[in-house]
Unconditional design. Structure first.
Length: 233
């Protein structure tokens, strides 16, 4: 079972912030692939001096273990075994961001036993510190429904495909827009339609549509949404 804390370092925790003395500050950020949620979440974690967890890495690491073992995503027993054996050292993004791992992650994420195996670590993440920023698909609905701050980040599928294409090209991958768009549509459909913990906006989440927003604008708007919820409490 995962024990280690991720991207949690003492320097970050010493940074000034504007949390108004709030303790156990949990910020749940959800949204579809390519919405910009992970970049935004990381910036918010740095701003508030909070621990950060990209929960997609847990599903990606499970997918990689499965593929490395020569198994496929329809082997539920092997997938659960892979999820149960994930360690913090398996969560290096550099080895997990390929399209095949992304697609397989989306498939293993639909297996209830895989989600259960990965739940406890996510729930306990940031406990005992000032709080944490968690980013994924079901943080506000299932992992931390108790979070006071929830943001659902979205953007048009065309804009998300454009961004994903650019990211891939920057990494030296020869990405074709039409293929990336098709892949995103498939992943969206799978993530939204699965029976357990589908991609869904929590009822009390605030929506941030980043279609026409740069990351800097999205960051400013997210801080405004958080401040509004703080004063409303
Ligand atoms: O965020 P990402 O693209 O790295 O996530 C990869 C897959 O993992 C995504 O298609 C769905 C799944 N996932 C999930 O089901 N629940 C989460 N909290 C995070 C990711």
């Amino acid at each position: 079972m995962l024990q280690a804390k991720l991207r949690y370092d003492d320097d970050m925790l010493d940074q000034p912030n504007d949390m108004n003395g709030e303790t156990n500050f949990i910020l749940a950020i959800d949204g579809p692939a390519g919405s910009g949620k992970t970049t935004l979440a990381l910036k918010l974690a740095e701003h508030f001096g909070l621990a950060f967890l990209d929960t997609g890495l847990l599903y990606r690491a499970t997918a990689k273990k499965l593929l490395d073992a020569g198994a496929t995503a329809d082997d539920e027993v092997a997938a659960e075994h892979a999820a149960s054996s994930i360690a913090a050292t398996d969560l290096n993004p550099d080895q997990l961001m390929t399209e095949i791992i992304g697609q397989t992650a989306s498939k293993v994420a639909a297996i209830p036993a895989v989600r259960i195996a990965l739940l406890d670590f996510q729930r306990r993440f940031g406990d005992g510190g000032k709080g944490a920023v968690l980013v994924g698909r079901d943080i506000g609905t299932v992992v931390r429904p108790d979070a006071k701050h929830k943001i659902f980040v979205t953007a048009s599928v065309e804009q998300r495909a454009k961004r994903r294409c650019k990211q891939l090209q920057e990494r030296g991958v020869a990405a074709i827009y039409a293929n990336v768009l098709e892949e995103l549509c498939q992943r969206d459909a799978r993530d939204r339609s699965r029976v357990v913990a589908p991609l869904l906006q929590a009822e009390d989440a605030l929506i941030l549509d980043t279609t026409d927003q740069s990351i800097e604008t999205a960051f400013e708007n997210a801080k405004t949404l958080i401040a509004k919820r703080q004063t409303a409490a």
